[in-house]
Write a protein that binds this ligand. Structure first.
Ligand code: PTJ
Length: 247
């Protein structure tokens, strides 16, 4: 479909077209489009910008990633489709392993998402073999890589479902989420929930990471002082403010 550059929602329309193409290619799950639409609605409530509380969470997430011993970034179809290059770049900067971990899992889709990421420049990907299991999930969705999620101390989960986020937290991992819904079980289960749009959040976390690399005291202070509960409250308030302004 031809989309005019003058359209006020140009970027959003182009992204939607791209996501539906990726459904046809088997990278994004069909219900991934529904998840994307939900994300767009929440982003509208943020004015489609990174608000100060989201920026603060991004800085805390960067601090946790730098302090981690075995950090892993999980990637599903939506995350790959929206932000493959950004996630690869962040993983290199930490450095962290990337693990393809799907909600709608089939060997064919795992392979498609892995190939998509490799075409975007990823190497040393985890996820084709997932021989370990996360406790607390009674399905294939519990599967993960022994050297990846299973061994990780800190896991960054962009757009994850609530059951897996809770299972990761119950397994003792530090869960860092990127999720535009401040009410989601994922955001609530996380140690740090970055309530921001993925393509803004990922480069922002990387920017903070670069700033914090030589500031260990600052990193530890951020980690000690960050409260996910308080931050989510600030995010809900930011959304309410937009609604009041527009009313
Ligand atoms: O590729 P798969 O099979 O692993 O499936 C991926 C999806 C996303 C379909 C699957 O994990 C899923 O169903 O997720 P949920 O439970 O719908 O959660 C997705 C969350 O991400 C929702 O809270 C959305 O608000 C949020 N979200 C959607 N788009 C974005 C987003 N958050 C940040 N940036 C976005 N672009």
């Amino acid at each position: 479909m031809e989309i005019s550059k003058d359209h006020p929602r140009y970027r959003s329309l182009v992204t939607r077209e791209r996501m539906s193409e990726l459904v046809r290619e088997g990278v994004v799950a069909p219900t991934g489009l529904i998840a994307h639409g939900r994300g767009e609605a929440f982003d509208y409530l943020l004015g489609e910008r990174t608000v100060p509380a989201a920026n603060h969470a991004a800085r805390a997430a960067a601090a946790y990633l730098l302090e981690a011993e075995s950090p892993v970034i999980t990637v599903n179809g939506n995350a790959a489709g929206l932000c493959a290059e950004g996630l690869i770049s962040l993983a290199r900067a930490v450095p962290a392993r990337l693990e393809v971990n799907l909600f709608h899992r089939s060997p064919e889709r795992v392979e498609r998402v892995c190939r998509y990421l490799e075409n975007a420049g990823a190497s040393d990907l985890l996820g084709r073999e997932q021989d370990a299991w996360l406790e607390g999930i009674a399905s294939d969705r519990a599967r993960c890589a022994v050297d990846g999620i299973r061994a990780a101390d800190v896991v960054l989960i962009p757009l994850e479902d609530g059951d897996r986020a809770a299972a990761l937290a119950a397994a003792g991992k530090v869960v860092l989420a990127i999720d535009l819904n401040p009410l989601s079980r994922t955001a609530v289960a996380a140690k740090v929930a970055v309530v921001d749009e993925l393509t803004r959040a990922v480069p922002n976390i990387e920017r903070h990471l670069i700033e914090l690399r030589d500031l260990p005291d600052e990193r530890r202070r951020l980690i000690a002082e960050f409260s996910n509960e308080q931050n989510l409250e600030r995010m809900r308030n930011a959304m309410c403010e937009t609604l009041h302004q527009k009313g």
